[in-house]
Design a protein around this ligand. Structure first.
Ligand SMILES: [Zn+2]
Length: 435
């Protein structure tokens, strides 16, 4: 059977277990999956050939924590700590979000992510079917599903209604290559233990993931400790909610015993350094989590707690912030930071057989990074270049399942100008929502 596409002359950063780099490498795609990888001189013929000379070829980035549709509120609420900030954000969301505006905001967010090389994103938001529609329109894989929170929320639904919707989400989107279904209750301080347990049970019954915000701020820890008599991680553990299928966003405020619980249960941490810095939440104990063997992944969080969705900034912070905070130059190694956006991200989604590295059999989700730029020369070690020198405008081409979804920095599936116009038309209403 012939190959559909061959990329040639690239520096291939495979992100495989050995962190293998293939100089002057080639990669061939068949039926959306990587079918061959090796030296360009041995590259097989294909229907299409793409010369990637002067570029790094690496797996598409995996963002494990986002609220893409919140891009509608970028820059609206500033200079407040999380709790006061959330009150304003929720007011704006309540006034603006419908299924249609949610889809619009998610399209905006996913467009930004895909253009910067993110091909899989875990997204927690209202109207998850709209999130999937936006992801498909743009061309990213999305991990999402039913959201849960005590009280009416944006959807005005009861807990029972939300459970039914979440179940229907699994029925509709389970078994599809571009959707990883799960359940995503907001957090232990906003969602009752009964609802958390029900959302978790539903996800486990369907083989999905369970994601929630956890231990983001000191105030959250004190609310949960006062209400339930134990800290956030202990509370989650006591209710049986921690396992390798659990993804915990933030985990900034942890004691040693809580880190041990995460290691022992296999729960995954999504590190969101941009959000943690901007909202003054603190600095997560990432080196200690890594030392304990916890899987640490990386997220952007929403564009309201970081103002853009920049995985490259998150990556560089993950690799530098903890060196400064601990005064240890090896606190997070280059390879450890790189794994957060590739292999570990795939582990968080229980999808190491499909994404997270460039190896035969996996989805051909891959990006080409331009290294013919002043800040990229010389390049002695591509991994170091990726972690410390690359920025989002260096991403020139993006492939999802072998389909080119970004060409020369431009989205191919949709005309983003229309989305930008629609968002611009909403600005007066968004501004008035918190007035
Ligand atoms: Zn979040």
């Amino acid at each position: 059977m012939p190959f559909d596409l061959t990329l040639t002359n690239a520096t291939i950063v495979t992100a495989d277990a050995q962190h293998r780099v293939i100089p002057n490498g080639a990669l061939a795609v068949r039926a959306g999956r990587i079918a061959w990888i090796g030296d360009t001189k041995d590259a097989p013929p294909a229907q299409k050939t793409h010369d990637a000379n002067g570029m790094i070829l690496m797996p598409g980035l995996i963002n494990t924590h986002c609220h893409a549709a919140d891009s509608l509120f970028r820059g609206l609420v500033e200079d407040l700590p999380l709790e006061a900030w959330l009150q304003k954000v929720w007011r704006a969301e309540g006034a603006i979000l419908t299924p249609e505006t949610t889809r619009l905001g998610a399209t905006l967010g996913f467009a930004e992510l895909l253009q910067s090389g993110v091909t899989t994103v875990m997204d927690m938001f209202w109207h998850p079917a709209q999130t999937v529609a936006a992801a498909r329109a743009v061309g990213v894989r999305v991990a999402t599903g039913g959201i849960f929170i005590d009280g009416p929320g944006v959807d005005g639904a009861t807990p029972a209604h939300r459970l039914r919707d979440a179940e229907a989400f699994f029925d509709t989107f389970g078994g599809q290559d571009d959707v990883f279904p799960g359940t995503l209750p907001h957090g232990t301080y906003t969602t009752s233990p009964e609802t958390l347990r029900a959302a978790h049970a539903l996800a486990m019954r369907h083989g999905g993931f369970f994601c929630t915000h956890a231990a983001e701020t000191r105030a959250e820890q004190s609310i949960v400790t006062t209400r339930y008599g134990q800290s956030v991680i202990r509370h989650l553990h006591a209710h049986g909610l921690l396992s390798p299928q659990t993804v915990l966003a933030h985990c900034v405020h942890l004691d040693d015993a809580e880190i041990a619980i995460l290691a022992q249960t296999g729960a995954v941490v999504s590190h969101n350094p941009v959000s943690n810095l901007k909202l003054a939440s603190g600095i997560a104990r990432i080196p200690d989590l890594l030392d304990a063997g916890v899987t640490v992944t990386l997220g952007t969080d929403g564009a309201i707690s970081g103002n853009d969705l920049d995985m490259w900034l998150a990556l560089r912070l993950a690799a530098t912030l903890h060196k400064g905070a601990t005064m240890r130059a090896d606190a997070v190694s280059t390879a450890q930071a790189f794994d957060m956006i590739t292999r570990a991200g795939a582990r968080a989604l229980n999808a190491t057989d499909r994404i997270g590295s460039l190896e035969p059999g996996k989805f051909a989700d891959m990006i080409l990074i331009d290294t013919h730029r002043p800040h990229a020369v010389p390049m002695f070690d591509p991994l170091t270049h990726i972690v410390y020198s690359t920025n989002k405008s260096d991403v020139r081409h993006v492939f999802l399942g072998g389909e080119q979804v970004v060409r020369d920095g431009t989205l191919t599936r949709l005309n983003i100008a229309d989305t930008l116009d629609e968002v611009s038309a909403l600005i007066p209403r968004i501004a008035a929502s918190i007035a």
